[in-house]
Ligand binder design. Structure first.
Ligand code: WTA
Length: 645
């Protein structure tokens, strides 16, 4: 057993699960004991879901970077922490050892300090998938600044909104980022986001693509110059490294914005100690990581999966984490398999949408690739359909690798429901059993626990969690009430996930998808209200309604019903204009897949749009639309059905 808290048998899973529920404080204290603390906690857990107030390891002092880096240096200093695979396979791979990571993170912390960043300040990070992104994140954590990473696909307007909400004074970015055949001008997007911004004092720019950028005097500075200066400074001051800031267990570690059912993304806040313990514990147990294994999570660090399972979880466990700059289909659809072959990857963690997209190229891209190093496969982000599960199992895992289907959310910090690779049974398309510390419950509309099985022998309901685990969100930035209303008020004393689920007689869970107005497009969360707001910004649009529909590759596609009164005639051009507007306001990831122009929307007499009906129409249903008699104008439904795309 490589880690003291590693679950190594089904029996131990059951014992640990039971203990985690009956004696949570003892259970988590034993696990937390294996980390490095400047000072241990006074209390393991204090909580109530009504405020909500959730405090783990209160009174403890730590710095997460000492756990992710310093504590490994003696034994693992020369071992790779990060193996970086560039977008262009001809460019050189970079291997970052723990020693090197330590040095760079200290330099970043010093650089931030030199530029006025203090504990608690918000630093927005908008970079491509390069090692410097990891240095930036950990540099913030080392100095105690709160990082807020923004995915490179978000627009200037989205960044501006997040900067304002977080009141961020500092930005770390790149001139550009490579993504497949594209070169994305990140700094130019930041420049647009900063028009009218009054809080940002410094923008640190790393030179990746040598894209020409405008550098504003006094505000914009080059990473390379600042890092060199910081390096000499640490040496000249005779320090071995940059001393990590001592943080309280419950000090915020980062903010990550995510979509909900309202128009405005929420800044989910995770704190230092609980998040650290949860990501490390789940990383080791779900993936059954053993020292020396090469772990490859294909997510972008702009999303929670990258935060937890490229950066914090693996590094805290002293693992080797592969970081990939590119996309699965560039330069060929064999890119993932080349990387697995080249770096002898043992654990591959990706999204169902990537699997489905690669499936569509057939098995030719896999031929001649040696995938024998693979031991464990994982998926995350959306329900995996059985066809994709079997394809992954047969062609990639060669039927010898357990597949972990990990269900979790930005708000949960790490996996909550998942099989443990090779330890607990898998079931295609089922996330299966809760991890120790996680108490799921399925409720009906009014919040009553459902215990009755339906005719198929399954329990079906809305998925809630009864008690806190260490990685649960603590608040939403700048608005605690919003956190309460969003997650803890739908059903009293329960955390509501927004997902629906099924449960079988063995206690396995199958996630069926969101039950709120949140879409899951290629594993990315997007609120329908956000997309509608963006569409409505277009001058010719009167009103719109957005719903999801099944999409072969993306899982869900975006279907927009739009009332338009502009005078421009060409329908295709109008559609392009609307898409361009959405790209500008949110980012290209939120562009509608289908736009249907309509003269009216189905509304109740009180003016509420009946999305249920629109969803059915988008899904291709033409009859059986349910009761339409309560509609203000039932005729509008026929018209929409007839002009359906
Ligand atoms: C969905 C991603 C089914 C779910 C880590 C959840 C899943 C949302 C799975 C969170 C899974 C994630 N099976 N559905 N294994 N994993 N989801 O915040 O709807 O980007 O609520 O976090 O993705 O998305 P988020």
């Amino acid at each position: 057993m490589a880690y003291p808290f590693q679950i190594t048998s089904l029996n131990q899973y059951h014992i640990d699960y039971k203990k985690s529920i009956e004696q949570p404080e003892e259970f988590w204290a034993t696990i937390a004991d294996t980390f490095y603390w400047r000072k241990k906690w006074d209390n393991v857990l204090e909580w109530n879901f009504n405020e909500p107030k959730i405090e783990w390891f209160k009174g403890a002092k730590l710095n997460i970077t000492e756990n992710c880096i310093d504590r490994h240096l003696e034994k693992l200093g020369n071992k790779p922490a990060i193996i970086w695979e560039p977008n262009n396979p001809e460019e050189k791979v970079r291997v970052v050892t723990y020693n090197r990571l330590h040095k760079r993170v200290c330099q970043v912390a010093q650089m931030l300090k030199n530029n006025g960043v203090k504990k608690g300040d918000r630093v927005c990070i908008y970079m491509g998938m390069i090692p410097e992104l990891t240095y930036a994140i950990l540099g913030c954590a080392r100095i105690g600044a709160i990082h807020s990473v923004i995915f490179g696909g978000f627009s200037a307007q989205s960044i501006a909104d997040r900067l304002e909400d977080a009141n961020a004074e500092f930005i770390i970015t790149c001139d550009g980022a490579y993504r497949g055949a594209k070169d994305i001008p990140l700094k130019a997007v930041i420049d647009d986001a900063l028009i009218g911004n009054k809080t940002v004092k410094k923008v640190i720019v790393y030179n990746r693509t040598r894209t020409p950028v405008s550098m504003v005097k006094g505000r914009d500075i080059w990473w390379e110059d600042e890092m060199e200066f910081a390096e000499h400074q640490i040496e000249n001051e005779g320090n071995v490294h940059f001393e990590a800031e001592e943080m309280d267990a419950e000090d915020p570690l980062f903010i990550l914005y995510t979509s909900g059912s309202t128009g405005k993304p929420k800044g989910v806040v995770h704190t230092c100690a609980g998040y650290m313990v949860w990501t490390t514990y789940t990383f080791v147990n779900v993936f059954q990581y053993n020292p020396g294994d090469i772990h490859f999570c294909t997510a972008d660090i702009g999303w929670i999966t990258g935060h937890s399972y490229i950066v914090y979880g693996p590094l805290s466990a002293g693992a080797t984490s592969v970081m990939f700059e590119g996309i699965p289909t560039f330069p060929t659809a064999g890119r993932f398999w080349d990387i697995v072959d080249k770096h002898k990857v043992n654990i591959l963690y990706t999204a169902p949408t990537a699997i489905r997209s690669l499936m569509s190229f057939g098995t030719e891209p896999i031929h001649n690739k040696n995938l024998s190093s693979l031991k464990i496969l994982g998926t995350v982000g959306e329900p995996i359909n059985e066809e994709a599960w079997h394809w992954y199992n047969e062609n990639i895992g060669l039927q010898k690798c357990p597949i972990v289907d990990t269900w979790w959310q930005t708000e949960t910090g790490g996996c909550l429901i998942s099989n443990l690779a090779g330890i607990t049974p898998s079931k295609p398309s089922w996330a299966t059993l809760p991890l120790p510390g996680v108490q799921p419950v399925l409720v009906d509309e009014t919040g009553n626990e459902i215990t009755e099985k339906d005719e198929t022998g399954l329990i079906k309901g809305n998925l809630c969690i009864k008690a806190p685990w260490p990685g649960i969100l603590r608040t939403t930035w700048s608005d605690h009430e919003r956190c309460r209303v969003n997650y803890f008020a739908t059903y009293p004393s329960l955390y509501f996930t927004g997902d629906g689920a099924l449960k079988d007689g063995d206690g396995n869970y199958r996630i069926t998808g969101r039950v709120d107005d949140v879409l899951n497009i290629s594993g990315h969360r997007i609120g329908t209200a956000e997309v509608e707001n963006a569409i409505n910004m277009h001058s010719g649009v009167v009103e719109s309604a957005v719903v999801g529909y099944p999409h072969n590759i993306k899982g869900q596609g975006i279907y927009a019903f739009v009332i338009y009164n502009g005078t421009d005639g060409d329908e295709n051009l109008r559609k392009q204009d609307i898409s361009a507007t959405v790209s500008k306001i949110i980012g290209a990831i939120a562009k509608p897949d289908k736009i249907q122009f309509v003269t009216g929307l189905p509304k109740t007499r009180s003016g509420k749009i009946m999305r249920r009906i629109l969803r059915k129409i988008a899904e291709g249903e033409t009859s059986n639309l349910g009761d339409t008699t309560t509609l203000l104008d039932p005729g509008v439904v026929d018209e929409i059905v007839q002009s359906k795309l």
